[in-house]
Design a protein around this ligand. Structure first.
Ligand code: PBG
Length: 323
């Protein structure tokens, strides 16, 4: 029954009707805020390439956590900037490491906030790669041991969820096994399952001081040309015990968000990464786009594609507008 019987515009006529037929809604519950934790006290180092985002010392981050919880965001994900870096990334699994010290302080400031920790070595190694280097490349199996150690030390410090972002093969199984052996069988793993080798990470590497000092991450992160491979990555991570899987970045990979959700029907996170954030901020500052409308449209599209959770630097700002 085509036009003129059918008129699609009838249901777009007023805001109340539009509200009634709206299919997707953003809620603070969908959002996870990334935080960059650095040494010191009272430190807030603004990140030039990410307006509105800063490296924060633990005390400043604790305040940010309170505010984040107050606007209804359920979770933060932590990235650590250690005082020193070395070849083995020992700061990642030190008992008194930056993240290990941050977790109890943040939990005290915001007891109900879910504290997720990013598990990777790139912020902690002097070469900036996500694992141990052998003959100019990251050695997979030796890296697994360190990632497992890092995960256990985060859990011991009180992390509510562990999120490995390194893209080593077998890391979810290695982490699950170690967590279980150390009494953390209830700590969930959010696996960065399909993480692409992306130019959209540029600003993050300034924020986390984690740019590789030689080469690139192509031998472990995925080729942006591949979609089927992402489904294999997700299937493997689920087999290994991932509780939540992630597609990262989000915007250029909405097809994968959709396919993963359709195929597996499991809790799915999408990472609206630094470059996606900075593009919107930069264009907004220039007055070329309406920043908040663009932000809302982008986040909504990620959710509409199938993401249950969105990790985004906009989390606190957007949650405030949703109250
Ligand atoms: C660490 C890690 C990266 C991001 C999250 N975890 C960077 C990378 O792989 O180089 C990127 C996040 C962002 O760009 O916002 N492995």
């Amino acid at each position: 029954m085509p036009f003129p019987t059918v008129r699609m515009r009838r249901l777009r006529r007023t805001e109340s009707i539009r509200r009634m037929v709206r299919e997707t809604r953003l809620s603070p519950d969908d959002l996870i805020l990334p935080l960059f934790i650095c040494p010191g006290e009272g430190v807030q180092n603004d990140i030039a390439s990410m307006p509105g985002v800063a490296q924060m010392s633990i005390d400043v981050a604790a305040e940010a956590c309170k505010k984040t919880a107050d606007v209804g965001v359920p979770a933060v994900i932590l990235f650590g900037i250690p005082p020193n870096k070395d070849a083995m990334g020992t700061g990642a699994y030190a008992d008194d490491g930056i993240i290990q010290r941050a977790i109890p302080a943040l939990k005290e400031a915001a007891p109900d906030l879910c504290v997720i920790t990013d598990v990777c070595l790139c912020e902690y190694t002097d070469h900036g790669h996500c694992g141990v280097i052998h003959n100019g490349d990251v050695h997979n199996d030796e890296t697994l041991e360190l990632l497992a150690k890092e995960s256990v030390s985060h859990a011991r410090a009180g992390a509510d969820m562990i999120a490995p972002s390194d893209m080593m093969d077998g890391r979810v199984a290695a982490i699950r096994k170690s967590l279980d052996a150390e009494g953390f069988s209830q700590t969930p793993i959010m696996a960065y399952a399909a993480k692409y080798n992306s130019a959209f990470y540029g600003p993050f590497r300034e924020a986390a001081e984690s740019a590789p000092q030689f080469g690139d991450r192509r031998s472990y992160q995925m080729d942006p040309a591949n979609g089927d491979e992402a489904l294999r990555e997700v299937a493997l991570d689920l087999q290994e015990g991932a509780d939540i899987v992630m597609v990262k970045p989000a915007l250029s990979y909405l097809d994968l968000i959709y396919r993963v959700k359709e195929r597996f029907g499991v809790p799915l996170a999408a990472y609206n990464v630094s470059g996606e954030y900075s593009l919107i901020k930069a264009a907004g500052e220039k007055g070329w786009v309406d920043e908040s409308r663009l932000r809302d449209e982008v986040l909504l599209s990620i959710k509409r594609a199938g993401a249950d959770m969105i990790i985004t630097y906009f989390a606190a700002d957007v949650a405030r507008t949703l109250r």
